[in-house]
Design a protein around this ligand. Structure first.
Ligand code: HEC
Ligand code: HEC
Ligand code: HEC
Ligand code: HEC
Ligand code: HEC
Ligand code: HEC
Length: 374
């Protein structure tokens, strides 16, 4: 009876493992990606063929995989787009004798013959249809995963066949622990897909708040000027960027590439497709004017210190509890506030008579369902 139970348990685990391995393989190599058959171009791109005194690995700067870290260099998918209509002389020049400070530093060691350049370009172009390859699984996570699998297999074999370890409790503990960790890895990966607090997607242009707000001290309202009188803070249009980037054509970190995207989108008469980060559900009403203008709250109270990071991040969880927590503890700037002139007469009188010295947001309706919900 007991051995039957263990055999069932072990078969169940094996099936589970097989399914998991399959899922992993699918994740790292989806079928719809055609194999890149231009092997020579690929080897050149990865710097695997000696081309001169210094062999350059293009992939070390122009990544071919989707990455979730901020990288100033254009990805290979960026390159396919920007070089789409480029003639071959210009293309060679960009590699061998480019103009611009950042790019001439980056490409100074590139030594490729005309034929090799054609091959590399073909390799770059092969990404036009497919886009970047899926992210590489982090190596130590993969190692941990494999280690856990080996534990499960080893202990199962011992449980049923070899029986070297005498106490069954040890088998059970190892099995349970390995499973818990495998579950943990899987769940963490699943959550990170749909996370919202800490959400910081890569944007179509590598726009950095650190550089604009932190280093160059541009005021938030310069770009998000509707935050003063409207519900939405707004995302700046191309025109706002051009105020400065009509003249500033090259950035220290990204060279001309990222700033050029502003000009391209202007000449295509389209707006940059910024990816929206903060998004309350439709049934919630939130106004920036009420908070940033009337309430005189600092942007950083809700958005954190934006001057520290290149990538904009959602720093609060935007839950109902988060709104209410602040409303329950925060004093309204009542007396000197134009907004409250002529309203809340009872409070105004109490203030004058010095019967109260402060009013919390909840006392002016900060907990009233209808103020926040349509
Ligand atoms: C030079 C223009 C500029 C300035 C100055 C600027 N921003 Fe932005 N901001 C942008 C652009 C462009 C985006 C969209 C791209 C992105 O998310 O990084 C953005 C995005 C954001 C977002 C995320 C919007 C979303 O999609 O949810 C927040 C929050 C934000 N800015 C807050 C601030 C704060 C706070 C300051 C002042 C400390 C500030 N910004 C200053 C241009 C600017
Ligand atoms: C108030 C002036 C100003 C405005 C407005 C402005 N920028 Fe900038 N931007 C700068 C300055 C200054 C730099 C730094 C240039 C350098 O690295 O020397 C810069 C750098 C950049 C860089 C390159 C960063 C690097 O180091 O490579 C990008 C990309 C960029 N801005 C995008 C934008 C976008 C997109 C907008 C509009 C949403 C915008 N900027 C609006 C002043 C501005
Ligand atoms: C050290 C990092 C680095 C290496 C190595 C490197 N690049 Fe670049 N490359 C850059 C940067 C940064 C830019 C954008 C600079 C700019 O536009 O001012 C760029 C721009 C380009 C562009 C121009 C895109 C455009 O439209 O202007 C092409 C094409 C290109 N790289 C191809 C290559 C190839 C092929 C290799 C390998 C032989 C290579 N790069 C190696 C950093 C690098
Ligand atoms: C009381 C908290 C709070 C303060 C203070 C605040 N924001 Fe926001 N911000 C939010 C919330 C909540 C959202 C999401 C709004 C939505 O989805 O409707 C948001 C969204 C944004 C967005 C995305 C575009 C939009 O309007 O939906 C930008 C940009 C932004 N804020 C910039 C700013 C700037 C700049 C300031 C300072 C002037 C500021 N915020 C002050 C809470 C705040
Ligand atoms: C960091 C503190 C803080 C957070 C977080 C905050 N608020 Fe507020 N809120 C205030 C203050 C302060 C006022 C009062 C401003 C004033 O009128 O002087 C206010 C006022 C309001 C009002 C107007 C109330 C009235 O009586 O007219 C509404 C509506 C509101 N908030 C909605 C929200 C929503 C929705 C959220 C969450 C998405 C939120 N707030 C998050 C501080 C906050
Ligand atoms: C200060 C603003 C504020 C007030 C006041 C407020 N809510 Fe909410 N409420 C929110 C926000 C923001 C969300 C969205 C939360 C999210 O997306 O997780 C929300 C979500 C909800 C939801 C959807 C469930 C959920 O968690 O998404 C319900 C139901 C709800 N509120 C009911 C109420 C009721 C009933 C009241 C009055 C007692 C009330 N709310 C008062 C801000 C508020």
């Amino acid at each position: 009876m007991k051995t039957y139970f263990y055999k069932y348990l072990v078969s169940f685990l094996f099936i589970h493992i097989l399914v998991n391995i399959n899922l992993l393989c699918l994740a790292s190599n989806p079928k719809d990606l055609p194999t890149k058959d231009n092997k020579l171009g690929k080897r050149l791109y990865f710097g695997l063929i000696k081309t001169g005194d210094n062999t350059v690995n293009c992939a070390s700067c122009h990544n071919i995989n989707v990455i979730d870290t901020f990288n100033w260099n254009p990805s290979i998918a960026d390159l396919t787009l920007s070089t789409k209509n480029m003639d071959s002389t210009t293309f060679s020049k960009i590699l061998l004798s480019p103009l611009g400070k950042r790019i001439s530093d980056a490409h100074k060691n590139v030594q490729l013959s005309a034929d090799q350049i054609v091959l590399v370009r073909e390799y770059i172009n092969s990404f036009r249809k497919t886009g970047l390859e899926p992210p590489k699984m982090k190596i130590n996570r993969l190692l941990l995963f494999i280690f856990l699998l080996i534990c499960i297999v080893g202990i199962s074999v011992d449980l049923v066949y070899t029986q070297i370890i005498r106490y069954k409790i040890i088998h059970v503990i190892v099995l349970i622990l390995s499973f818990v960790f495998i579950l943990k890895i899987t769940i963490e990966d699943a959550i990170s897909l749909g996370r919202s607090k800490g959400y910081a997607p890569l944007q179509p242009i590598k726009f950095s708040h650190k550089i604009h707000v932190g280093d160059n001290k541009t005021d938030c309202f310069y770009c998000h000027h509707t935050a003063e009188e409207a519900k939405s803070a707004g995302i700046p249009s191309n025109g706002v960027c051009l105020n400065c980037h009509e003249l500033i054509l090259e950035g220290t970190n990204s060279g001309k590439f990222e700033i050029q995207k502003i000009h391209t989108s202007v000449s295509n008469k389209e707006n940059v497709q910024w990816i929206r980060i903060h998004k309350l559900p439709d049934h919630v009403f939130f106004s920036h004017a009420q908070h940033a203008n009337v309430g005189k709250l600092n942007c950083s109270e809700c958005h954190g210190d934006m001057s520290e990071d290149h990538l904009a991040t959602q720093s609060a969880d935007l839950s109902m509890g988060w709104c209410l927590d602040c409303h329950r503890n925060r004093k309204v700037n009542f007396e000197s506030n134009e907004y409250y002139k002529g309203t809340f007469e009872e409070y105004q009188k109490k203030f004058k008579d010095k019967m109260i010295d402060s009013i919390l947001v909840v006392e002016v309706g900060g907990e009233n369902c209808m103020k926040c919900h349509y």
